[in-house]
Design a protein around this ligand. Structure first.
Ligand code: F6R
Length: 241
C-alpha cells in the first residue's frame, strides 16, 4: 500500500486531486468512482479549479458514485445527487449523461442495485475509486458487521454513522436510516483505489487499514487484499500510528 501523509487537509486535497488528474490525463475516458462526505470536498474544489485552468478535462469520463441515502429525492439538499452537482459536476465539463449515482428515488431498491452493478460492469469496471472512511471503518456504506455484502445493495446505517452524519441535518432523527451502496466486491474490483482520511477522528479506521488485521469489524481493513491502494491522509489522521 502506498501511504502519502500530508501536513493538513489542504495539502491532502491537492495531493488527492493530483492523483485523479494523472488518471484522467493518462486515460481521458476513465471510469471514475466518486465519494461524498466532508473529506473529498477540498479535492473537488481543486479539481474544479484545475479544470477551469485547462489542466484536466472531464468530458470523456464516466462516473459512478459509491452510495446514496434511500429513499431520498434527487432535489433534497442532503442527497448525494445534490452533493455531487454542488461540489463537482456543475463546476467541471463532465457529461451529465455519463454520471451515475444509485437512485434514491427508485421504487424497487433491489432492482436498482442490480442495474447499478451491471452498469458498472458494462462500462468496463472502475479505473480509480475514491473512498473516504467512516470513523467506524466503513467504506461506502458497508458498515461493520459479522458479514459484509459483495455487490451493490440496500443497507441500514449504524447509529455511529447516523450520529456522524447528523451534522448535515437539522437533527439526528432526520438522517435517513437506509442507503444504497456499492458492495465490498464492487469496490475491490476497481483497478486503483485512493483512500482519503483527515482528522484525528479517523485514526482508528486508518490504523485498521495499515495494521495486519483483516476484519469485518473494520470493512476498510479488507482493502489490504487489493494490490493498488493509496492512502492519502493528513498528519492528524496518521500521527502516532
Ligand atoms: C460517502 C461514503 C462514506 C464517507 C464516510 C466518511 O460517499 O461512502 O463512506 O466517505 O462516511 O465521511 P466524511 O468524509 O464526511 O467523514
Amino acid at each position: 500500500m502506498k501511504v502519502v501523509v500530508c501536513k493538513n487537509y489542504e495539502e491532502m486535497s491537492v495531493a488527492a486531486a493530483k492523483i485523479i488528474e494523472e488518471q484522467i490525463n493518462s486515460k481521458p475516458e476513465s471510469v471514475m468512482g466518486f465519494a461524498t462526505g466532508s473529506t473529498p470536498v477540498g479535492m473537488y474544489t481543486e479539481l474544479a479549479k484545475d479544470c477551469s485552468a485547462g489542466k484536466v478535462d472531464f468530458s470523456k469520463i464516466t462516473a459512478f458514485n459509491l452510495d446514496e441515502y434511500y429513499p431520498i429525492a434527487h432535489s433534497d439538499e442532503n442527497s448525494y445527487v445534490y452533493f455531487m452537482k454542488e461540489n463537482l459536476f456543475s463546476k467541471v465539463n463532465v457529461d451529465y449523461s455519463k454520471t451515475n449515482i444509485p437512485d434514491g428515488e427508485a421504487k424497487d431498491a433491489v432492482a436498482e442495485c442490480e442495474q447499478y452493478e451491471k452498469k458498472i460492469e458494462k462500462a468496463g469496471g472502475i479505473d480509480l475509486q475514491i473512498l473516504g472512511i467512516g470513523k467506524n471503518g466503513h467504506i461506502g456504506f458497508n458498515e461493520p458487521d459479522a458479514k459484509l455484502y459483495a455487490n451493490t445493495h440496500l443497507t441500514s446505517l449504524t447509529q455511529s454513522t447516523i450520529d456522524a452524519n447528523a451534522r448535515f441535518f437539522e437533527s439526528a432523527s432526520l438522517v435517513p436510516t437506509k442507503a444504497l451502496t456499492m458492495g465490498m466486491a464492487t469496490i475491490m474490483k476497481a483497478k486503483k483505489i485512493v483512500v482519503l482520511a483527515s482528522g484525528k477522528d479517523k485514526k482508528a479506521a486508518v490504523s485498521a487499514l495499515l495494521d495486519d488485521r483483516i476484519t469485518t469489524d473494520f470493512p476498510v481493513s479488507m482493502l489490504k487484499m487489493h494490490s493498488d491502494v493509496t492512502l492519502v491522509c493528513d498528519e492528524a489522521a496518521y500521527m502516532d500510528l
